[in-house]
Design a binder for this molecule. Structure first.
Ligand code: 13P
Length: 255
């Protein structure tokens, strides 16, 4: 048993409409106890954050997160959302450097690093995503790619900041494909990431950081991932759009 509180977050991506977002949030909130000791986070599209916040209610145990943000706190950045705006709406978490943002929107490790620092400065907890493509895995480059991403995305963070963050290991080949990493494949990379965090801060700090796995997590494969010593939760895409599946995954990670 780990001393880290497990955390299961739903990345709704660009899905649902306002009514469906409200209904899903209300269903998760009503059944949050099913997650046991697992911390629950919902990350709706930015335009529905306020709707979801209202559906969760003021003192909900279900936390709210965003899927992205800009690294400036205000200014001439048409179409962007600033960290204090997310905080203002009740967000506690923000997903940063998701592989879809890295590949489709050109986010580099330097961009992810700037956003990570900005999130921490604003009082948000970043969920920093890393992960290799299929080509990189098959070329034997998984460790090198993940090392570069972790060190680049988290460069210059103080041990106090590192202690607060969540890291999500999401192998790109497992996202939305139904191809989940085996528990041992995932554990191997999670252990690598924890070692890297130890190098950036100290082993004691690294031992406190929660590392989520993401990529085709479903209720029926969550339990095998959950028993791995360095897997502290899940970042869930498709399965987070159904309350039953999302809570089933959260339950597998809880006690
Ligand atoms: P899926 O669970 O749909 O594979 O998505 C994973 C993901 O990208 C979560 O951020």
């Amino acid at each position: 048993m780990t001393h880290r509180r497990t955390i299961v977050a739903g990345n709704w991506k660009m899905n649902l409409d306002r009514a469906k977002a409200r209904d899903l949030a209300a269903a998760v909130a009503a059944r949050a106890a099913e997650a046991g000791t697992t911390e629950l986070v919902l990350c709706p599209p930015a335009v529905y954050v306020e709707t979801v916040a209202a559906a969760l209610g003021g003192s909900s145990p279900v936390a709210l997160g965003a899927q992205n943000m800009h690294d400036h706190s205000s200014g001439a950045f048409t179409g962007e959302v600033a960290p204090p705006m997310l905080l203002d709406l009740g967000c506690r978490y923000v997903i940063l450097g998701h592989s879809e943002r890295r590949t489709l929107f050109g986010e580099t490790d330097a961009v992810v690093n700037a956003k990570t620092r900005a999130a921490l400065a604003a009082g948000l907890t970043p969920i920093v995503c890393v992960g290799e493509t299929l080509e990189e895995r098959e070329g034997g480059r998984t460790a090198a790619v993940v090392t570069t991403q972790v060190q680049g995305s988290l460069a210059g963070l103080t041990p106090t900041d590192l202690e607060k963050i969540v890291v999500a290991y999401e192998p790109v080949w497992a996202i939305g494909t139904g191809k989940v990493a085996t528990p041992l494949q995932a554990q191997e990379v999670h252990a690598l990431i924890r070692g890297l965090l130890g190098g950036l801060a100290s082993p004691a700090v690294a031992a406190k950081v929660r590392i989520q796995y993401g990529g085709s997590v479903k209720p029926d494969n969550a339990a095998d991932l959950a028993v791995q010593p360095d897997i502290d939760g899940a970042l869930v895409g498709g399965a987070s759009l159904k309350a039953d599946d999302f809570l089933g995954i959260a339950k597998a990670f809880g006690v």
